[in-house]
Design a protein around this ligand. Structure first.
Ligand SMILES: [Zn+2]
Length: 249
């Protein structure tokens, strides 16, 4: 299986060299090298802990170049303590980032503003093989490298929903969402929320897109955050291709 994969990869690279810009190899879809590398480095880091709620799946190749080498079906994060409202298909970097996000961003803000821990995330989606709305580039959702979070359920049963509470009556809920959205850029490389555009009126889009030339983040999830932010991807060692610097989700 490994050998087949390597042959497919080298054929893909050959096809790319011959055609200059083809997205397709001779045998199956070709994904940008940084995607393979990010997944492999994440797995090698040992940071992803497979639990009863995180199931490794075989390589998934969708239409075009969609999919991931090592998908995970994720039903809960934070070591099983925070449920997802629907199973998410995520790659390793996103699965690890979700744990980091809960620990460093969501739960501290939940404690500060709500006085209760988050026990469930309401999701709007994860893997879909599609373009960014209105743009020719593929969405990070097409590579299991993104998730859309629409709300938070707390231990006492209360819910804070982006659609209802971003501009809702409760100032604490509004502030909680803006603080989480702003600080999410300490973990994810792209954060988009209701203030970005109307497509995001009901959720935070969170992804681990690599912007390899600039390493800049796209932080449009909430209030400005001026604390420390480290670029959330390992250092790439191989030859890598660039994604469009202007593409946001
Ligand atoms: Zn999204």
């Amino acid at each position: 299986m490994k050998r087949v994969y390597l042959v497919a990869l080298s054929l893909g690279s050959l096809a790319l060299m011959l055609s200059g810009c083809s997205l397709w190899g001779f045998s199956g879809p070709y994904r940008a090298p940084w995607r393979h590398e990010a997944e492999a480095q994440c797995l090698a880091s040992g940071r992803l802990k497979v639990t009863a709620a995180i199931t490794p799946l075989p390589e998934r190749d969708g239409e075009r170049d969609c999919g991931a080498d090592h998908p995970f079906k994720v039903q809960a994060v934070s070591n099983g303590m925070v449920d997802l409202s629907m199973p998410a298909l995520l790659n390793c970097p996103m699965t690890v980032a979700m744990d980091d996000w809960l620990e460093k961003v969501v739960q501290p803000n939940a404690a500060s503003y709500i006085g209760q821990p988050v026990v469930k995330l309401k999701l709007l989606g994860s893997y879909t093989c599609r373009h960014i709305a209105g743009v020719s580039s593929m969405s990070e959702h097409a590579y299991m490298n993104a998730i859309d979070v629409g709300g938070f359920v707390f231990a006492d049963g209360r819910e804070v929903l982006v659609a209802r509470d971003w501009n809702g009556a409760d100032p604490i809920y509004r502030q909680f969402l803006r603080s989480v959205g702003g600080e999410s850029c300490t973990v994810f490389n792209t954060v988009l929320g209701p203030d970005y555009n109307s497509d995001h009126h009901d959720h935070f889009h969170l992804d681990m897109a690599a912007r390899l030339k600039t390493h800049h983040r796209v932080c449009k999830g909430g209030q400005l955050y001026d604390g420390p932010m480290a670029y959330g991807l390992p250092t790439f060692t191989g030859s890598v291709t660039e994604r469009n610097e202007d593409d946001d989700d």
